[in-house]
Design a protein around this ligand. Structure first.
Ligand SMILES: NC(=O)c1ccc[n+]([C@@H]2O[C@H](COP(=O)([O-])OP(=O)(O)OC[C@H]3O[C@@H](n4cnc5c(N)ncnc54)[C@H](O)[C@@H]3O)[C@@H](O)[C@H]2O)c1
Length: 349
């Protein structure tokens, strides 16, 4: 339920009150047709922001973009297009989701990551600063920490990227640091752990899908015969890898909080649920939620998979008052299951 109280400039979404932007701040969302970008666009629109989505649809889906958002079909490498977008829409801030996103692919095609990911981000920043847009939020990653020195992983854990993908995000973090020094850029870098779950309208539809929860659910939908567990001999209680799953709507809310906090300075946060769940726990919970036996096949370990990746998000909790609304695994998987059941072919439906 959404109530708009124009006198108080407050928007109440599902019982929560969000401050409205009286001036309709304009946010350019790159990659806003993708999984996390589209959910963040949905929440931005609901909170009263004006949203402009730029996406080349290499992975994203036109149907995922909220109807209230402007949509520009184009590539970040197209400088002339970026010039036009900034001149026409004059965004106040940028949320930069668009990226190549696969750790494994980055080991095979490092130039796509160390090249295109970094180049596209720098291209976007250069045009933005030339047009006076000085607020920027980067989708960074837990892969910055490779095989971390300690867990839970707070912002002081030494950075040692686990792949060219993680390195490309770290390179962009360094670019942001220097552009703050040279141009007064205000930025937030949000290092997500494993995004998961869905809102009623938007869910996860990557092609190919590499994330555990949608793969497990595709078995329950009868689209795959089984799910492969990569290694059952890790030093964890049940032998399978432990990861931190954060609900995509909780991630999206963190973006809005970080955007509002940019007035008070740049910031870097690790963003996770703070609780780890093993691959076997995910599969067991999905069995409970879906009522399907979800057969498994045990395969060898994948190179570069650390046994445990769990975030400490104490810093963003303390500084911005963020906390996950959907921390438990069953709720996260249930929301994803609802969406996948309604959209068995993803956005192709
Ligand atoms: N999904 C996760 O668990 C996770 C974890 C950590 C970090 N991240 C980061 O979050 C961001 C979003 O991830 P996602 O899972 O939503 O990915 P996604 O692939 O669903 O979304 C990325 C979007 O960017 C678009 N895009 C890619 N290259 C582009 C380009 N050159 N120009 C214009 N558009 C382009 C794609 O079409 C897609 O819609 C990425 O930067 C990713 O690295 C994701």
């Amino acid at each position: 339920m959404v109530f708009l109280d124009t006198a108080m400039l407050c928007l109440r979404i599902d019982g929560r009150t969000t401050q409205m932007r009286p001036d309709k701040m304009r946010i350019l969302v790159t990659g806003g047709a993708g999984y996390i970008g589209s959910v963040t666009s949905e929440l931005l629109v609901k909170a009263g922001y004006e949203v402009i989505v730029l996406d080349n649809l290499s992975q994203g889906h036109r149907a995922a973009v909220p109807a209230q958002a402007a949509f520009i079909h184009g590539d970040l490498a197209d400088t002339q297009l970026l010039e036009r977008v900034f001149a026409e829409h004059r965004p106040d801030a940028i949320m930069h989701f668009a990226s190549h996103t696969l750790v494994g692919e980055s080991m095979e095609k490092p130039f796509l990551y160390l090249g295109a990911n970094v180049f596209n981000g720098i291209n976007l920043l250069r045009v933005a600063l030339e047009h006076g847009t000085k607020r920027f939020i980067l989708s960074s990653t837990a892969n910055l920490f490779g095989d971390p020195a300690r867990v839970p992983i707070d912002e002081a854990v030494p950075i040692s990227p686990g792949s060219p993908y993680g390195e490309s995000k770290f390179m962009l973090e360094r670019v942001l640091h220097w552009l703050e020094c040279t141009h007064g850029l205000r930025y937030a870098s949000l290092r997500y752990f494993n995004a998961a779950g869905a809102t009623a309208e938007r869910g996860e539809d990557h092609r190919p899908e590499t994330h555990l929860i949608p793969i497990v659910l595709s078995v329950a939908l009868g689209k795959r015969d089984s799910v492969t567990i990569y290694g059952c001999d890790y030093p964890t209680p049940d032998g399978t890898c432990i990861r931190d799953y954060i609900h995509v709507a909780d991630l999206a809310r963190a973006h809005i909080l970080a955007l509002e906090a940019l007035e008070r300075g740049s910031r870097v946060y690790n963003l996770g649920n703070g609780r780890g769940f093993s691959v076997k726990q995910v599969i067991e919970t999905a069995r409970k939620v879906t009522g399907h036996p979800i057969p498994v096949v045990v395969g060898p370990r994948r190179p570069g998979d650390p046994p445990v990746l769990v975030a400490s998000s104490e810093k963003i909790r303390q500084e911005l008052g963020w906390q996950p609304e959907y921390p438990d695994l069953e709720t996260i998987i249930s929301s994803a299951w609802e969406w996948h059941r309604k959209h068995p072919n993803g956005y192709s439906d």
